[in-house]
Design a protein around this ligand. Structure first.
Ligand SMILES: [Zn+2]
Length: 436
C-alpha cells in the first residue's frame, strides 16, 4: 500500500533539518519510501492526499503519561500534596480494570487527535492500556507500575514486580506496544525493588522509567537518610544507566547532571505538570548542554490536564525563556525537536521514529494552516509552538495507516467511547466526591 501526501510544508526534523515547501512524502507498507521538494511528476500511489499547504512533521512523542488517570482530570487540582492525600487513596479505592480500559481508550483518542503517535505510560492494569493501543493503532511504550505499597491491581508484598515481568513477556516483540518496567519513584520503592526493576529492564533489554527528583520531600528524604540526592542514590544503587528514562528531574545539582550524562540515562521533561504544581522548572538548558537526551511529557490528565504536546511546547517556551531571562533561548525549531526527535532519543527509538526519512516508520501529523489562529505563517516551527493547538491537527498517520482524517478519528467512534466512559465512571465519581 502506497500513500502520497503532497502540497505540504514538510518538516523532516532530520539531522540537517531539511524542509521542503511545497514538498511530498510517499509511504509504502508502513514506512517512508521517499520525500522531497514537490516536482512535476510525483510518484504513483494507491492514494494521494492533498495537504492543502499544511505543515507535515513526524508524529509527536509523549515521553511520560499515565493515560488511565483520565477520571482524575480537574479533580482537586489545587490541593497541596495531592498525590498522597488524594490520588493514592482514591486509586486504591475506586480504580478498576474496567475503568483503566475505558480511560485508556478515551485518552488515546485525545492523543491521536492532537497528533501524538507514540506515548510512554506507567500505570496499573497496563495490559488494558496495551490492548487499547492495539485496538486504536497508536504506539505505546508501556510499563506496569512497581511500587512498595498495596495497589489497585496488586496486593503482592513485592509491589508488582512479577506482574511487571509477566507484562513484558506477554507484549515483547509487538509491532505497536513496547513493554517496559516502571518502578513508580525513587522514594516509593525500596532500594531492593528499584534494583530488581532495573535488572528486569536489563534482562529484557528494555527501558526502566520512574519519577525522579520531582518532590521536595523526596529530596529531603534522601538527604536525611543517605546524605545524597535522589540521582546520587540511583547511581549508588546501579540503577542509573542507559536503560533508564527519568521523568521530571526538576531539582538537579551539577553533579546530578554529570551523573545522568555519564550514565547515558535519558530525561522526560513535563513542564505543564511541574509548573501547575509549582514545583519548579527543570534545568533543560544544562541537560542538553551535557548531551542528555530530553523529550517532552504531558504526565497524566490529573497532573497536566491535557495530553497534547502543543501545550507542552508553548509552556516550555514561556517558562524556559523566563527562567533564563533570554528571549532567544530555545528557538521554536529546537522546541519542535524536543517533541519529536528528542522524544525518540529518550526511548532509544531514533532509528525508527522521530524524523521523516526514507526507511523510518510512517508516523506523521499534518497541521492545517487554514484556521483563524494560523494566519499568517512566516515560520512553520514558530506557528507550531506559538500559534497552533491540538484543534489544528488535520491528519495523523501511524505506521502508514491514517488514523485521523479531517480532524476525526477514522476507526474509532469517540462519542461511543465517551458514552461508555461516562457510564463506567459512576462509582469512581461517587468515591471522588467524598474526597473533595
Ligand atoms: Zn508521572
Amino acid at each position: 500500500m502506497k500513500i502520497l501526501i503532497k502540497n505540504a510544508t514538510v518538516l523532516t526534523m532530520d539531522e540537517e533539518m531539511h524542509l521542503y515547501a511545497p514538498g511530498y512524502v510517499l509511504t509504502r507498507d508502513g514506512r517512508i519510501e521517499e520525500l522531497g521538494e514537490e516536482k512535476e511528476v510525483l510518484p504513483e500511489a494507491d492514494e494521494t492526499i492533498d495537504a492543502g499547504g499544511g505543515i507535515l512533521l513526524p508524529g509527536f512523542i509523549n515521553t511520560h503519561c499515565h493515560v488511565p488517570m483520565m477520571p482524575f482530570r480537574s479533580l482537586g487540582d489545587d490541593c497541596p500534596d495531592r498525590l498522597r492525600r488524594f490520588l493514592f487513596p482514591l486509586e486504591n479505592e475506586a480504580m478498576t480494570k474496567e475503568l483503566v480500559a475505558l480511560s485508556a481508550r478515551y485518552g488515546i483518542c485525545e492523543m491521536l487527535l492532537a497528533g501524538v503517535t507514540t506515548f510512554t505510560d506507567m500505570y496499573y492494569f497496563e495490559d488494558e492500556v496495551a490492548k487499547a493501543c492495539e485496538e486504536l493503532g497508536i504506539r505505546g511504550v508501556l510499563g506496569e507500575t512497581v511500587i512498595g505499597q498495596r495497589t489497585c491491581d496488586s496486593e503482592e508484598p513485592y509491589g508488582g514486580l512479577l506482574l511487571a515481568e509477566e507484562f513484558i513477556k506477554a507484549w515483547k516483540g509487538h509491532e505497536l506496544v513496547t513493554p517496559i518496567i516502571a518502578p513508580h519513584a525513587t522514594n516509593t520503592n525500596s532500594a531492593e525493588m528499584l534494583k530488581k526493576a532495573y535488572e528486569t529492564a536489563l534482562k529484557y533489554d528494555t527501558l526502566c522509567t520512574l519519577h525522579a527528583s520531582e518532590m521536595d520531600y523526596e529530596l529531603k528524604y534522601f538527604k536525611d537518610e543517605y546524605g545524597q540526592t535522589p540521582i546520587e542514590f540511583l547511581n549508588t544503587l546501579g540503577v542509573l544507566g542507559d536503560h533508564l528514562l527519568a521523568a521530571h528531574c526538576i531539582h538537579l545539582t551539577e553533579r546530578d547532571i554529570s551523573l545522568l550524562s555519564e550514565s547515558k540515562a535519558t530525561v522526560s521533561h513535563c513542564i505543564g505538570s511541574n509548573t501547575k504544581a509549582g514545583k519548579g522548572v527543570a534545568p533543560v538548558k544544562d541537560l542538553l548542554a551535557a548531551r542528555i537526551p530530553v523529550g517532552l511529557g504531558t504526565d497524566g490528565a490529573s497532573s497536566g490536564n491535557t495530553l497534547d504536546l502543543f501545550t507542552q511546547m508553548r509552556l516550555f517556551a514561556s517558562f524556559h525563556k523566563t527562567e533564563n531571562r533570554d528571549r532567544s533561548l530555545f528557538p521554536a525549531k529546537e522546541i519542535v525537536k524536543l517533541a519529536t526527535t528528542g522524544g525518540a532519543k529518550t526511548l532509544h527509538m531514533e532509528t525508527a521514529l522521530g524524523s521523516l526519512e526514507p526507511g523510518k516508520k510512517a508516523d506523521m501529523v499534518l497541521v492545517e494552516t487554514d484556521s483563524v489562529n494560523m494566519f499568517p505563517c512566516y515560520d512553520p516551527y514558530s506557528a507550531l509552538v506559538y500559534s497552533a493547538n491540538a484543534s489544528n491537527v488535520e491528519l495523523v498517520m501511524v505506521g502508514g495507516k491514517v488514523l485521523v482524517r479531517g480532524k476525526r478519528l477514522v476507526y474509532a467512534d469517540l462519542e461511543k467511547i465517551r458514552k461508555e466512559m461516562e457510564d463506567g465512571i459512576g462509582s469512581f465519581r461517587k468515591a471522588a466526591e467524598s474526597y473533595i
